[in-house]
Design a protein around this ligand. Structure first.
Ligand SMILES: [Zn+2]
Length: 164
């Protein structure tokens, strides 16, 4: 099984590419991603977080496993602060402001067009995972001062939440 890569890894910084075949390889990838996400444990995991730059993420906010292939944002609404963490920045949490509601369009494993939408945790997870596919990590959503402090903390302490 692949490891979750942490902040600083190149695959977290680049834009991922679309999936073109809805085949066994895709099924195996998402099975593995779900396994890694549950083991972490986390509520969402994007493929770049295991070093694979494909437009795929998985999530479970309490209603079972969900898979999003080639997702794109189609609607956002409102604004809310939320304490947000990331499996690639283990041990760190920041209060981050984002739209409260998000709706995305994507494909399932069979290539059917589906969508996910929600507010609260689901809205947050959808936006967070989409960011990963664009090569954005949580730190880019922080204001300058908080980001500076975060980078300092990471260089001094590493990731205190890793392997706990
Ligand atoms: Zn993350």
């Amino acid at each position: 099984m692949l490891d979750i890569v942490t902040f600083g890894h190149p695959s977290l910084k680049i834009k991922s590419i679309n999936v073109t075949s809805f085949d066994d390889e895709l099924k195996n990838l998402t099975d593995m991603m779900l396994e890694i996400m549950y083991a972490a444990p986390g509520v969402g995991l994007a493929a770049p977080q295991i070093g694979i730059n494909k437009n795929v993420f998985v999530f479970d906010v309490g209603d079972g496993p969900n898979i999003a292939v080639n997702p794109k944002s189609i609607k956002k609404k409102g604004k809310i602060n939320f304490l947000e963490g990331c499996l690639s920045l283990p041990g760190y949490y920041w209060e981050i402001s984002r739209p409260e509601y998000a709706k995305i369009e994507c494909f399932d494993l069979q290539g059917n067009n589906i969508h996910y939408e929600g507010d609260d945790l689901l809205g947050r997870v959808l936006q967070h995972e989409l960011d990963h596919l664009k090569g954005k990590v949580l730190l880019t959503s922080l204001d300058r001062k908080t980001r500076k402090q975060a980078l300092k903390d990471i260089s001094l302490n590493g990731f205190p939440g890793k392997d706990v």
